[in-house]
Design a protein around this ligand. Structure first.
Ligand code: MLT
Length: 328
């Protein structure tokens, strides 16, 4: 009895001595570079948002925030990597709607988006644009739909893999017009855009954070935007809904996550840096110029992101399952 009490006391003392340095480490955070994991290819829309944030957060945290692109499986490889990383604040995930849609799409998801992460906050909302290669014959959405119905076996629709928003948008578009196209998956919409510009694929639904410069340069054909109403950066472009696809809407939202068990002071420090970065005039200018809308402060919190993710999982899982659109 006395021996087990002594052993328990020794264990408690050991736990205390381990906990102290951990708490101290959390208070001193960050003391070395931080990896910001992006689930898609470099140069694409998620990467643009991540690199804009990383530059500002590097200044604010006094340590480098280094973007790492971990691509594949519609973003699930990156999310799994961060879910299994050490919960010390040095491996951070930025992800979009794919964090929610993966639950319906992947029956064997290796992580639980709601249970295996700590939440830092929401970042920005980005509309999408429906594009064709420059030489695609149709000139507006009505003509495009007629063309796709007549050429369904020939037209290729690019996306960034099952779980990407380009996949989600493409899936909803095909459903809305009652046509199944030949889909071509990439590891991000950056390589998909390269092939759209080269004429190797025909159609791509992609975010304004990547597409606005191409639309302005006239190197692609624009058929409409997926926002609920016209957007300031493309005032002359009709929404898909106003062009006849009633209720068609896809808005891309972004969240920042940490592995489950990350100490609260670390989450708070990162959240402070995220909120400060989103007030930075240079970050606001750059994101706004690319059609992104920084979310209001009340959404830039761990609690808001947790609630939003749950609502999005509850919204999309039954829709995806009813469509039988599984990725595995
Ligand atoms: C990307 O960064 O490549 C995109 O966010 C991919 C997508 O979800 O369509």
């Amino acid at each position: 009895m006395i021996r087990s009490l002594v052993r328990a006391g020794a264990l408690l003392a050991l736990a205390g001595s381990l906990a102290m340095p951990m708490a101290a480490q959390a208070q001193a955070y960050p003391t070395k570079p931080i990896s910001l994991v992006v689930p898609f290819a470099a140069g694409g829309p998620t990467d643009v948002v991540a690199r804009t944030l990383a530059a500002a957060m590097t200044r604010l945290l006094g340590q480098s925030v280094v973007v790492e692109n971990t691509t594949g499986a519609g973003g699930t490889i990156a999310a799994n990597r961060v879910a299994k990383a050490a919960p010390d604040g040095y491996t951070v995930l930025i992800h979009h709607n794919g964090m929610a849609t993966a639950v319906g799409l992947y029956r064997k998801l290796a992580y639980n988006p709601q249970e295996d992460f700590e939440f830092v906050g929401q970042v920005a909302d980005v509309p999408m644009t429906l594009l064709g290669r420059k030489t695609l014959p149709p000139n507006n959405l009505g003509e495009l739909i007629t063309y796709l119905r007549a050429n369904r076996d020939k037209v290729t629709l690019a996306n960034a893999g099952l779980g990407a928003v380009s996949h989600l948008c493409g899936m909803l578009f095909q459903k809305a017009i009652g046509v199944d196209l030949v889909t071509v998956p990439y590891k991000g919409t950056a390589p998909a855009m390269t092939d759209l510009l080269g004429g190797q694929v025909d159609v791509l639904c992609d975010q304004t954070t990547q597409t606005l410069p191409q639309i302005a340069a006239g190197t692609v054909k624009l058929y409409g935007v997926t926002a609920p109403s016209r957007i300031a950066s493309l005032p002359n472009a009709p929404t898909l809904a106003e062009s006849g696809l009633k209720d068609f809407q896809v808005v891309v939202w972004h969240g920042v996550y940490l592995p489950k068990g990350t100490p609260r002071p670390v989450i708070d420090r990162l959240n402070g840096a995220l909120q400060a970065a989103l007030k930075d005039p240079e970050v606001r200018r750059k994101l706004t110029e690319l059609g992104a809308e920084i979310v209001p402060t009340e959404k830039q919190t761990p609690e808001a992101l947790r609630g939003w993710l749950k609502a999005e999982i509850d919204r999309w899982t039954p829709i995806i399952r009813a469509a039988g659109a599984y990725a595995d």
